[in-house]
Write a protein of this length. Structure first.
Length: 350
């Protein structure tokens, strides 16, 4: 249940039977405590967790190349994957069967299910500069949109989709009726995008903006229609080394993933510094930072009710092949999350 202190300095619960190669994405089921993780050894694996710390590996499937992303169908019985083999698959967990449902001309980086009132489809984005929408019962895409550069990150929360590209543009799509480009943002980030997560308005429970992480240890908070863009949109530094003495060089690490708490609307970031941090974007303050793990944290997610937070630990190749250490073991940890993610009250902020 627990790894050694060196591998688990935060004393969090640990999954068993984790993949040996770098873990690219983890995602919780939208309706239960099932978790899937995909990796560069072409494998996606599923576990069942509980809040007391137990976990059990349930099933796995594979692709013909590294799996870069995954998402759940809203019914919690199927998972979609995307891979460097240029295909996306649907995995039926009940039968443990998988089949291709989408194809690009280059590796597919992201996959998201769109559940609209008048249609349902799969959105895939690839390094072929295409964003495609699929009826999974048909062999060809029902819609294909050209994007300006390779897709590096994306998120969907109907009626909003946001796509981050290699040219540091962020494309906002309106998914009502038929997916179409609504606006093109250029957030205040000077370096390559790494991850993206949509957040909701706390009062209306509708998507209202997104957080975008870069390789330069910085996150941009970007609203879709802000009353005052210069005031409402902002960036903050994170996942950087502490400077102990004047003249010391600060080491800056990529932000590898961002996830918003489904109840409190606060957020978690994870980075190549091996730490996870919790933030209150409305109060513009940090809630907590973990102790450092011996490898980068590559992905994170909250479960459906926000009680659990999971994160994957493996090499992210941000420092090149010369820093890869085959002796270091991969881990997926999870922990209770409700208390740490509660927003700060005004009294606490003082």
């Amino acid at each position: 249940m627990f790894a050694s202190y060196a591998n688990n300095p935060n004393k969090d619960f640990e999954l068993t039977d984790v993949q040996d190669d770098s873990i690219s994405k983890i995602k919780f089921s939208p309706s239960s405590n099932y978790l899937v993780a995909c990796s560069w050894d072409n494998i996606i694996r599923c576990w069942e967790l509980n809040e007391s710390g137990q976990s059990q590996a349930k099933a796995q499937q594979s692709h013909g190349g590294p799996i870069l992303g995954c998402c759940w169908h809203p019914d919690g019985t199927k998972v979609f994957t995307c891979s460097c083999d240029k295909t996306s698959k649907i995995w039926d967990l009940q039968s443990n069967q998988s089949m291709p449902v989408a194809q690009h001309e280059a590796p597919i980086k992201s996959v998201h299910w769109i559940h609209a009132p008048n249609y349902q489809c799969l959105m895939t984005g690839g390094w072929d500069r295409k964003l495609k929408f699929w009826d999974t019962r048909q062999p060809n895409a029902v819609l294909s949109l050209d994007i300006p550069e390779r897709l590096y990150c994306a998120d969907v929360d109907y009626p909003l989709a946001v796509v981050g590209c290699a040219d540091r543009s962020a494309l906002c799509l309106n998914l009502e009726g038929q997916p179409q480009l609504a606006k093109k943002d250029e957030p205040q980030l000077k370096y390559q995008y790494r991850c993206l997560s949509i957040f909701k308005d706390k009062n209306r429970n509708q998507p209202t903006g997104y957080a975008l992480g870069s390789i330069e240890g910085r996150v941009a908070i970007q609203y879709i229609n802000p009353p005052n863009p210069e005031k409402d949109n902002f960036t903050f530094k994170c996942h950087r080394s502490m400077v102990q003495r004047q003249g010391d060089t600060q080491e800056v690490f990529p932000v590898n993933d961002i996830a918003f708490h489904p109840v409190h609307n606060t957020l978690a970031t994870v980075g190549a510094d091996g730490r996870y941090s919790f933030w209150d974007k409305d109060a513009r303050t940090k809630l907590k930072t973990s102790d450092a793990l011996p490898q980068p944290i590559t992905s994170c997610d909250f479960n459906y009710n926000g009680n659990l937070f999971a994160y994957s630990v493996s090499y992210d190749w941000s420092k090149g092949h010369q820093h890869y250490d085959p002796q270091k073991k991969n881990h997926i940890f999870f922990k209770q999350a409700q208390e740490d993610l509660k927003p700060r009250t005004r009294k606490q902020q003082r």
